[in-house]
Design a protein around this ligand. Sequence first.
Ligand code: HEC
Length: 483
Amino acid sequence: MSDNNEKKVHGIVAEYESVDSLLNACRRVRDAGYKKTDAYTPFPVHGIDKALGIKPTVLPWIVLGCGLTGTVTALVMQIWMNSIDYPYIISGKPYISLPAFIPVAFELTVLFSSFGAFFGMWALNGLPRLSNPLFTDPRFDRVTDDRFFLYVDASDDSYDEKAVREIYEQTGGEHINNVLNDDSSDKIPKPIFMAWGLVIAASVIPLLIVLKMRVTNSDQPRFHIFYDMDFSPAKDAQQGSTLFADGRAMRPDVPGTVARGDSNYDMNFMTGVEIDKLSATDAPRAERLVRLSNGPIGPQDENAAPAGEESDQGSDESNAASGETTKDTTPWLTSNPLGNSKEVLLQGEKYFGIYCSVCHGMNGGGNGLVNRRAQKILSQTWIPPSSLHQESLYSNQYPDGKLFSTISNGIRKMPGYAGQIKAEDRWAIVAYVRALQLSRNANIDWIPEEKRAEILETQESVQQKLLEEAKAEEQPQDAAAEK
Ligand code: HEC
């Protein structure tokens, strides 16, 4: 190596055989006051930075700084976005809600910290460094295998080649060499350069295609990368379908099936009829009742006459009110499946008050508000709601199931309520109507003896009140009639 004197000398390197001799040499070099030094080992050696006098790295501080920057950035960004630039209340929180900002703040803290650690390490190590003059020493390759190297840089303030050599020799250093400048070409090899160029050129192509597509029209069908969702065979509610004979995509309920959630109701409960018995004698009607029970129904009610054919009262049960009793063979349920506990009656009272009282009156007498108003304005065509206290509507002539069916499907001029009142509440109304009917036929014997006097007293005062009310109601009507 002596003939290379013209070359610039970067420093001096020595090779060591063991960790101990290296550490010893390191301490000597450090104590001699050299700062621009480095040791190279095939594996990490504990304590070597101390032996070389290398100060702890400042990297943690860089990471801390970056992390705090991330936190502040995230908070400022969110405060600016959510409360200043576009004030927006989310989930009823205040505009500036720190707990809600934490997740983003946390993420940015982590992100900025890792950037700080990664790039900070590169910067502190002077990376990327594609070449090192040490590589010119042919022995240096063994640093990845079984040898330890110690290097002192020539640019060190107190550099003295002879002194360093001395230390190396005294500490067992072998192959002590000057590290000479590597004057091989520092240009990027042509093939790599060309490959880079190719990759960059190729990466622009997709962008160009997209740009071209954005500014030109095409009669080619759209290009689909993922077919599944774009060509889903699902149909919208009112679309036609060639799959079914009737051309409807939306399938009607299969008669006799029960919708999910209604599974705890049997069809007797839903129709008020012993449906199996009816199916045996009148299958179409049974089917119709089941179908109606599954959903809201329009004016074409099960029991109602077809529109415009009021004289056609052929159906069996429609004449009860008019007294012409054709025989009703429908197997109606004769008792209320809900029973008549206090809860059921209270529920029935509630729903009767909401849905029935407007026409039939709070007491079921047939004189609800709608009736009173209707008689004033269209007395000619108005068909008054029935009094629910007619004997023909009592349970011996008008079974519970039939009353349920009347509420559900309507009757003649009265609309059905299946679409508005749940089946359970309709049965509760049935129970309450029975209670109303019973109230007109109550016997004083049913009252415990000690309460009777009280009842009779209130009864008298109530009757008095009712009489007065009736008089007061009649008078304005008479006045109107006189006009
Ligand atoms: C919009 C007014 C109106 C409401 C609300 C109404 N009804 Fe009626 N209801 C009538 C009319 C009108 C009739 C008589 C129909 C006819 O004779 O054409 C009637 C008849 C009846 C009958 C006699 C059926 C028969 O076979 O003769 C019963 C029972 C009855 N309603 C119960 C109820 C119950 C229970 C409710 C509450 C769910 C209710 N109605 C809600 C107007 C109403």
